[in-house]
Design a protein around this ligand. Structure first.
Ligand SMILES: CCCCCCCCCCCCC[C@@H](O)CC(=O)SCCNC(=O)CCNC(=O)[C@H](O)C(C)(C)COP(=O)(O)OP(=O)(O)OC[C@H]1O[C@@H](n2cnc3c(N)ncnc32)[C@H](O)[C@@H]1OP(=O)(O)O
Length: 363
């Protein structure tokens, strides 16, 4: 009763957190009724309600004089467990503390469920603004919808192609065992040709600014695979029934059945954590293994090129007959390990960037 001077005033526990624009208060009062929340002098919040708090069913009150002025509109929501209050700051800036008085009231504590420090809150704000900008730009520019549609379809087609290869090889491996190694090329090459020809778009896409991929890593990836597929396997029949084809195709398709669905989800702004982890982790064992398998294929092809003189370079008579293509391939072997180094570093950076960003968002 307001008229009785010795009435005991009960205060609920209040937890707080802030963002650059807002203050959040969580009042520990269950089944709160007769809520009276108001603002005095632009910076003092007065709270009164009946509910179940630390001292049982009672009327609870508190007041908070904020460090800086806040806006008059206060939104609140009373649930079975608590009362949530959101207050907008008048000036959009970070406060050093909540209250004007330096000493924190006893009933007040940080809300660690919502707590962010200033730099994390800045990141959150930036991410929100980026998302809003993206959505508003996307709704205004139909071309962006077209871009996402194109990328989604491209990734879907690649996913289906590589899944077909992967499943086909796996089933044959289970049924035929090691015998399946020898005719991988004849059973899957057409699909691999199709997928790898399509993959040329992965070099064009960054050039057109459609994806953020670097041109060089994409070029190394696509050119590297196409040399193996079209020059080593495609042009030498003797290479086509070697087991190395199995290992090369299997390593390529294993990563792609995770990478393309990851991109598909990115196109519709969705993420599955496990898929993201697989996309940014599987390359760690697969990439070096892939390069080793490709190097074995190149090494195995050297004597065949020497023998068949295919793609050999005619030389003036004084320098000999012709320069075997195997010399070019030996040079290529060195390039391959350079390519491995560049792309391994690139993928490592992409992984770090992805997980550093994620970590910051989680806080
Ligand atoms: C210059 C002449 C060179 C001649 C060649 C000489 C050397 C040859 C050596 C070659 C060695 C190759 C060996 C290799 O063939 C062995 C294997 O492949 S073994 C199997 C394992 N392999 C892998 O794991 C590699 C798989 N490939 C890749 O990861 C990519 O091709 C690569 C270019 C290497 C890296 O990808 P990227 O840079 O795109 O990284 P992100 O996935 O993080 O993407 C960056 C952002 O762009 C968005 N993005 C990219 N592509 C798409 C797409 N198709 N659709 C939608 N969005 C896409 C992606 O979402 C990222 O966006 P955000 O940053 O917002 O998340």
């Amino acid at each position: 009763n307001e008229n009785l001077p010795f009435t005991l005033i009960l205060t609920p526990h209040v937890y707080w957190a802030q963002r650059h624009r807002d203050i959040y208060l969580r009042v520990e009062l269950s089944d709160a009724k007769n809520l009276d929340i108001s603002l005095q002098d632009n910076n003092t919040l007065l709270f009164r309600a009946q509910g179940h708090g630390a001292k049982g069913d009672n009327e609870y009150r508190f007041s908070l004089e904020f460090l800086e002025p806040v806006r008059p509109e206060i939104s609140h929501k009373s649930t079975q467990r608590q009362v949530d209050i959101k207050i907008k700051k008048q000036e959009e800036r970070w406060w050093g503390r909540l209250t004007l008085q330096e000493k924190k009231p006893l009933f007040l504590a940080p809300d660690f469920d919502r707590w962010l420090d200033e730099s994390d809150a800045e990141m959150e704000l930036q991410a929100k603004e980026e998302k809003i900008n993206r959505i508003s730009v996307e709704s205004r520019v139909p071309y962006l919808g077209l871009k996402k549609g194109y990328l989604f379809m491209y990734n879907l087609v690649q996913f289906l192609g590589f899944s077909w290869i992967f499943v086909n090889m796996t089933v044959r491996l289970f049924i035929l065992g090691q015998d399946s190694f020898y005719d991988t090329f004849h059973t899957t090459a057409d699909m691999m040709y199709f997928c790898q020809m399509m993959a040329v778009l992965e070099v064009i896409n960054p050039l057109l600014g459609l994806v953020k991929t670097g041109f060089l890593p994409a070029m190394i990836q696509v050119a590297g695979r196409n040399v193996i597929l079209f020059v080593i396997f495609g042009s030498l029949e003797d290479m086509q029934n070697k087991p190395v084809v199995f290992f090369v195709f299997y390593l390529w398709s294993t990563i792609e059945i995770f990478r393309y669905p990851f991109y598909m989800l990115a196109c519709i702004s969705t993420e599955w954590k496990l898929l993201t982890w697989l996309r940014y982790s599987l390359w760690i064992p697969l990439y070096p293994l892939g390069v080793v398998a490709e190097a074995v294929a190149v090494i195995q092809s050297l004597p065949i090129f020497d023998e068949t003189r295919l793609f050999s370079l005619p030389l003036p008579a004084v320098l000999g007959h012709s320069l075997s293509f195997s010399f070019t391939l030996q040079l290529y072997l060195v390039l391959m390990f350079l390519g491995l180094f560049i792309n391994f570093r690139h993928l490592y950076k992409q992984r770090r960037r992805r997980y550093r960003l994620k970590k910051r968002k989680v806080h």
